[in-house]
Design a protein around this ligand. Structure first.
Ligand code: SF4
Length: 471
């Protein structure tokens, strides 16, 4: 870059200030999200395409009383140029990386009200044990009504004169949303989460004042093309392992969930779903999911039952992609350390770091090693988690239900490695959250796994993305 005249910042980038003094920068054309130090933007606002670093330094001193030497200004310009944030011919020609594009989800959200009561996965129990896991890191979007029912005056002790909402980018293709503020320095805990793991809104204003997403969690409802809607649970909850035997039966939550769905969104399953590259009626996909689910409920999740399911339902895809899965995820985790982290989605590393030795299972799989036999308790706990996933929506956020099923079984095998012979359901719960995150929560992380299972399919998918978006 020619530093004799520093190019201006691109006009189309969007900037949101965060309470921690950093800024989220969204590039709506290249679908990039960056978190930068606010001082970078303070400096870059004085780039006008004509001034050099000396003139920018003088403008900063005159207009804002800020001192910044020309070398520092050149470094900021260099870094922003590398991120294509300056108005240059190179940034104008840059094309988005397909990995940055919005998730290729098969399920849509719908706000259709429930006409009939949903059916629930059998034997599903859950009670909140105040672990607070859902109150960390997940962006809680607020509608105007949800924002209005929280009385900010009651929380002076925690708000410190600031608002409880901030604007944040959730989806690179959408404008910023209003979300609950998080304490970045405290593992992104919600501003209303007390040190004792209690929700202060619940405590001070009652459960109905909480945002709908908090009231409904971990329950979710899917509308199927035919038949009754289904209610299931999101499995990324630390309390799941503690309450899976003696928690409240999920069906007791139906009336409340139904009430919340008057305003909150449910998911809608399409009539036809690709399965191993072929379009199948949803009923067919559901039959396969039900058989896999029943197989694990009868046998638990063990190395043998995984092998049997692989031969019966996946034609050996699990065995074939095991080594590549380990290798591909290990290198993705390394790459991720160098890259900018998506602002609200979180990095895959953050999920994996919840485990004591997060890379060990991947290293074992890379060598083609089979997992050890888990305790019966763990084998059945994992079967139940699998049932919840397959009952509700399956791995339908992945572009192909068959590939999603393969990813689910690979994740289960990684869980068995992570838990070992003596590990408890608590460890299995965390491992399940981490290894299923790419297929259930953060689809942008699914690419390396899809690549490991079927590189040709994945290449085709990337090409269709590029075609669809006109790049
Ligand atoms: S409002 Fe309450 S339930 Fe919702 S995220 Fe914050 S602390 Fe958790």
């Amino acid at each position: 870059m020619n530093v004799a005249s520093i190019p201006a910042l691109r006009e189309d980038i969007e900037v949101n200030h965060r309470p921690d003094g950093q800024v989220d920068v969204r590039d709506p054309r290249l679908f990039n999200l960056y978190t930068l130090d606010a001082s970078y933007l303070d400096i870059a606002r004085h780039f006008d395409g004509e001034r050099d670093s000396q003139a920018v330094s003088e403008a900063l001193a005159d207009e804002e009383g800020l001192s910044s030497d020309p070398a520092e200004i050149e470094q900021v310009a260099q870094e922003l140029d590398t991120l294509y944030l300056l108005d240059t011919a190179t940034s104008a020609e840059a094309e988005p990386s397909v990995d940055n594009m919005a998730p290729y989800a098969l399920v849509e959200a719908t706000s259709r009200k429930l006409r009939v009561l949903p059916e629930v996965a059998t034997q599903a129990n859950w009670s909140c044990r105040m672990c607070g896991s859902c109150c960390h890191g997940l962006a809680v979007e607020l509608s105007e009504a949800e924002e209005a029912r929280i009385d900010g005056d009651l929380y002076d002790d925690v708000l410190d004169g600031e608002e409880f909402v901030v604007d944040a980018i959730i989806d690179p293709e959408q404008p910023a949303k209003r979300i609950l503020r998080q304490r970045v320095e405290n593992n992104r805990a919600c501003i209303f989460l007390s040190g004792e793991g209690q929700c202060l809104v619940h405590e001070r204003q009652g459960s109905q004042a909480k945002p709908d997403a908090c009231q409904i969690f971990p329950y979710m409802v899917v509308h199927l093309p035919k038949g009754k809607p289904r209610m299931t649970m999101r499995t990324n909850c630390y309390s799941m392992h503690e309450s899976w035997e003696d928690g409240e039966p999920a069906e007791e939550a139906i009336p409340e969930v139904r009430r919340l769905l008057e305003t909150h969104e449910a998911l809608k399953v399409p009539k036809v779903v690709p399965m191993f590259g072929r379009d199948k009626e949803w009923e067919h996909v559901q039959k396969v999911f039900d058989r896999v689910s029943n197989h694990f409920m009868a046998n638990g999740v063990t190395p043998e039952s995984l092998d049997e399911a692989d031969r019966k339902y996946l034609r050996g895809r699990l065995a074939k992609s095991r080594e590549k899965f380990g290798k591909s995820l290990l290198s993705y985790l390394e790459e991720e350390k160098k890259a900018a982290i998506p602002v609200e989605e979180g990095s895959l590393r953050e999920y994996f770091d919840l485990l004591p030795r997060p890379k060990t299972p991947l290293e074992a799989m890379k060598k083609g090693e089979l997992p050890p036999e888990p305790s019966q308790e763990v084998a059945h706990f994992l079967a139940r988690q699998t049932q919840l996933v397959l009952h509700g929506f399956g791995p339908l956020n992945v572009p192909d239900a068959g590939m999603g099923l393969t990813m689910l079984l690979l994740a289960l095998e990684a869980c068995l490695h992570a838990v070992g012979r003596r590990g408890k359901p608590q460890r299995a719960n965390i491992a399940f959250m981490a290894y299923t995150a790419p297929l259930l929560e953060v689809q942008t992380h699914a690419w390396p796994i899809l690549e490991a299972i079927d590189p040709r399919f994945t290449r085709g998918l990337r090409e269709s993305y590029i075609e669809e978006l006109g790049y």
